[in-house]
Design a protein around this ligand. Structure first.
Ligand SMILES: Cc1cc2nc3c(=O)[nH]c(=O)nc-3n(C[C@H](O)[C@H](O)[C@H](O)COP(=O)(O)OP(=O)(O)OC[C@H]3O[C@@H](n4cnc5c(N)ncnc54)[C@H](O)[C@@H]3O)c2cc1C
Length: 482
């Protein structure tokens, strides 16, 4: 069984150089996931100088770990948006999501990109009789938007459901093939990509930004934060405004592959799609604050899905907003943020790229207000603000309690050296791996992810390999013990 995603296992993105000089660019894109790479693509034929920097490898973040659907059927999002705002806002988000699909389709056909991009019907279902009304409500809303929906009682793979409908013309794809190809198509002398290059500090100087890597400075007129979870606190106080959701995904071989994708409306989540004779299932989703026991999460997934025999198991995180809308737009002069996709970042990340280009070009975009990261309070935000502060405090305290040896059966174990907390993990070959057990981002204690053999921060989602290299999340530093 592999602890990487089926996408990471089947595609290697090309290698790009580390930045080894100072740069002067018009646009700097920070982050080489679906958002950053799609934005880079949007500037392909632009005369301005553009650089994309990625702190690890291109496509190594959340984008390489999703279930890779591109769909506008996103649980009961339109009902939720109607409840929080009104039907008009829900409709605008529907339009935006449909547009995202068209942008993706246009890119794939225009550039002739081989990324297993396929049309696939999206199903929304429930297994709980108490949720039938919710399904009906979402379907009614979509019909009122002009979308054709069809009711059914069984999924195409034979799975019985209490209530379900599907929509046509949504997509599934291979996210890393997509990312790899759009980067290849967009690179030129004026448009460069750098890997293993992290931005650790940004300073505003007159009408440009000085962006510091560990050894160089990039001066940029406009900076795009496409880094999933921004490492910085200011100016946007991210840790207070959003929370992270963690889920596990498994892939198991199946005799027959179906070309539909489905998601249910209740907890536990069971989201499905097929790829290359595998069934991919997402389950066990919860707020990161309550997700420190990976072993239990995978056990819950097995219980929820009846899948115990799988070839791949991995986890993914996404940034959730309290009003279910992404954060795409200016957070300061010429400083643009795109994140908060609520687990729908393939479509929203691709859409963000077009919005970002319009913002940079000072061109009107109909979705500018809808996704404005500086949008005001609504009742949902007011309720969730204190809850989020509580869950952050909970995860901080919980990370300390999880240090007891019984939880991990003595491997890893925790101790102190030179006054610093360290953790030691002995692998199957008896080799000891030692790390500093503090996340460099905001100093939370790390918990050990026994399923993927990584050190995970329960507060803001930074993840480190056994030897302390940061492989995901907001931390800009490793925790290797020297
Ligand atoms: C379980 C699960 C299933 C999902 N399935 C779907 C799905 O089916 N469909 C869908 O639409 N969405 C899905 N999503 C959501 C989707 O995976 C994400 O929203 C999306 O991948 C986010 O893309 P991104 O480009 O913003 O982030 P990322 O892919 O994480 O890219 C950000 C990049 O920025 C880099 N970076 C960070 N800090 C710095 C720095 N300081 N300097 C340089 N680089 C930096 C990171 O290394 C990273 O590579 C799912 C999410 C989860 C949790």
């Amino acid at each position: 069984m592999k602890n990487i995603s089926i996408w990471q296992d089947t595609v290697q993105c090309d290698n790009y150089a580390v930045l080894e000089e100072n740069l002067d660019v018009d646009v700097l894109i920070i982050g080489g996931g679906i958002t950053g790479c799609s934005t880079f693509y949007q500037f392909k034929d632009d005369k301005r100088k553009v650089a994309l920097v990625e702190k690890n490898r291109i496509g190594s973040g959340a984008s390489s770990r999703s279930s890779a659907k591109i769909t506008f059927l996103q649980e009961d999002i339109y009902t939720k948006l109607t409840n929080i705002f009104d039907r008009d806002k829900a409709y605008l988000y529907y339009r935006a999501s449909k547009e995202a699909l068209k942008i993706a389709d246009d890119i794939v056909s225009k550039e002739n990109i081989d990324c297993d991009f396929k049309r696939s019907k999206s199903y929304l279902y429930t297994l709980d009789p108490l949720n039938i009304k919710k399904i009906e409500k979402e379907e009614k809303l979509l019909s009122s938007f002009g979308e054709k929906t069809t009711d059914i009682k069984k999924l195409p793979n034979g799975m019985r459901v209490e209530s379900c409908f599907y929509v046509n013309n949504t997509y599934i794809f291979h996210p890393l093939k997509f990312i790899r190809e759009i980067i290849k198509k967009s690179i030129s002398d004026n448009h460069r990509v750098y890997e293993n290059t992290k931005i650790i500090k940004i300073e505003k100087v007159n009408d440009y930004y000085k962006c510091y890597t560990t050894s160089n400075i990039i001066s940029a007129k406009t900076v795009v934060f496409a880094l999933h979870y921004p490492y910085f606190l200011f100016p946007y106080l991210m840790p207070l405004k959003c929370y992270l959701e963690k889920s596990f995904l498994v892939c198991s071989k199946v005799k027959k592959e179906y070309d539909f994708n489905a998601i249910n409306i209740e907890t536990p989540l069971k989201s499905m799609r097929y790829y290359d004779n595998h069934l991919l299932v997402v389950s066990s989703s919860c707020n990161l604050a309550f997700a420190s026991n990976s072993r239990k999460m995978v056990k819950d997934l097995e219980d929820n899905t009846d899948i115990t025999n799988y070839d791949y198991v991995w986890s993914n995180y996404d940034l959730m907003t309290f009003d279910h809308l992404p954060l795409i737009g200016f957070i300061d002069d010429n400083l643009i943020l795109a994140t908060g996709y609520n687990t729908w970042g393939n479509s929203n990340g691709i859409l963000a790229s077009v919005i970002i280009k319009d913002l940079i070009n000072n061109k009107y975009n109909i979705y500018k207000e809808l996704f404005d990261p500086k949008r005001g309070f609504n009742k949902q935000k007011l309720i969730n603000y204190p809850l989020n502060i509580f869950s952050s405090a909970y995860s901080f305290i919980d990370s300390k309690i999880n240090k007891n040896k019984a939880f991990y059966n003595g491997n890893p174990y925790f101790t102190k050296k030179d006054g610093k907390s360290i953790a030691v993990y002995k692998d199957d070959d008896g080799v000891e791996h030692i790390i500093y057990n503090r996340c460099p981002h905001l100093k939370c204690s790390l918990v050990f992810n026994e399923v993927e053999k990584t050190w995970d921060c329960p507060c803001h989602g930074s993840r480190f390999d056994l030897d302390g290299k940061c492989i995901m999340g907001p931390s800009n530093y490793n925790i290797s013990y020297k």
